[in-house]
Design a protein around this ligand. Structure first.
Ligand code: SF4
Ligand code: MG
Length: 388
């Protein structure tokens, strides 16, 4: 399998009155084409900021300050090679090194995003069918334009993406019969019963689970290569949650799209993902296949998370098993040490000297950002209680 996305040394900071918050700190991530990759962590660990950084949805006072986000797309690479040679490496294009208008034109067709809260993706005063048809139309117009042209054209003429689409477009009926039919097909695809009738209903007439399905339909309108799902089932009750996960699973299998799934729920990871990255304090602290991370974990944070989950088959609640809080991520307070050191039951003198990079832990794909990947825990080197 080949990589579809490579994120290297990504840092996203928020410049607040209290100081600089390192929400994503020097993060590396590699996602294979056609896989479901999970990012799991407590709230405040930087999962959503990571996802939003990838699709360029960071707003002031936030800013991506460093790193590359390389997307594997031969057509795109060919289109930008001439004007932005520095952005292209083989078939990979560094999305941070191309103009914003080009990045934005990839929304919906290359990347789509779904969120926890489907209401935010729909305009309450238009029917669901109209909004899906609009998404279809916009993506169709974007796809009809060669990327080489898109690279040189003002973004306002093309896709705004599914993110803000329906909220920003003026009220209108169906653009064309074709797009109406496609909207109904999309509703059917995501398992909405009586799609012809439901297309004419407004968002408030949908249940939470149905609206979640409709949001997925909207995200699929442009047949994206990568679907980023940020806590897509967190707001739903357990039965509906299971149905939505089944739907995503089926859609992934049918379309072969890549899914980046952001969740705090290890049950969801166990059920859905091929590989997983455990995120803590702006970093991915351990990553690998499900078996690597669940059965052969190295990092004490992963250990703490999993220690609280007796039954991996069940869909369990929130993660907060480890004493202490996720650190504030303020630059001044973090320093160079391991970010987990003040909560880590195995913290040693070694953990203060070098910020651990990613040494291999077992296999090429299994990596942990922890000194224990390379040395045994030595109680003689333990930091005294109350050190921090
Ligand atoms: Fe704990 Fe040290 Fe590993 Fe950090 S590097 S998680 S402090 S053992
Ligand atoms: Mg979040």
């Amino acid at each position: 399998t080949e990589d579809i996305l490579r994120v290297n040394r990504l840092s996203t900071r928020f410049f607040t009155q209290e100081g600089q918050v390192n929400a994503v700190d020097d993060l590396d991530l590699r996602i294979e084409r056609g896989e479901v990759f999970g990012i799991v962590g407590e709230s405040g660990s930087g999962k959503s900021v990571t996802a939003r950084s990838i699709v360029d949805l960071i707003e002031s006072p936030g800013e991506i300050t460093d790193g590359t986000i390389r997307f594997n797309d031969a057509e795109l690479a060919a289109a930008v090679r001439e004007d932005h040679p520095g952005a292209v490496d083989g078939d990979f294009v560094d999305l941070r090194a191309v103009p914003e208008r080009l990045r934005r034109s990839l929304r919906g067709t290359s990347f789509s995003m779904i969120f926890q809260d489907p209401e935010s993706s729909f305009n309450p005063s238009l029917t669901v069918g109209e909004q899906l048809a609009e998404a279809v139309e916009v993506q169709r117009r974007a796809s009809a334009t060669p990327r080489s042209t898109r690279a040189r054209t003002k973004s306002s003429e093309y896709s705004l993406g599914n993110f803000v689409l329906s909220a920003m477009l003026p009220s209108r009926r169906y653009v064309s019969e074709e797009s109406r039919e496609r909207a109904i097909e999309l509703l059917e695809l995501v398992g909405i019963p009586d799609p012809v009738e439901r297309a004419d209903e407004y968002p408030h007439e949908y249940s939470g689970g149905m609206l979640q399905r409709a949001m997925i339909a909207q995200a699929l309108a442009g047949e994206p290569d990568v679907l980023i799902a940020d806590e897509p089932t967190t707001a739903l009750d357990v039965t509906i949650q299971a149905q939505i996960l089944d739907l995503l699973d089926d859609l992934q299998r049918e379309t072969g799209m890549t899914i980046l799934l952001i969740t705090h729920n290890l049950g969801v990871v166990a059920r859905m993902c091929d590989r997983v990255g455990v995120m803590y304090a702006g970093e991915i602290v351990e990553r690998g296949t499900l078996a690597d991370v669940f059965d052969d974990r190295v990092h004490p944070y992963t250990e703490g998370l999993l220690g609280s989950i007796p039954d991996l088959e069940g869909v369990r609640g929130r993660l907060d098993p480890i004493p202490g809080n996720v650190p504030s991520l303020l630059d001044a307070e973090m320093g160079d040490r391991c970010h987990f050191a003040d909560r880590c039951p195995k913290a040693m003198a070694d953990c203060l000297e070098h910020p651990p990079e990613y040494p291999a832990a077992g296999s090429e794909h299994h990596q942990a950002r922890c000194v224990l990947a390379e040395m045994e825990y030595d109680p003689a080197r333990a930091l005294p209680e109350g050190y921090f």
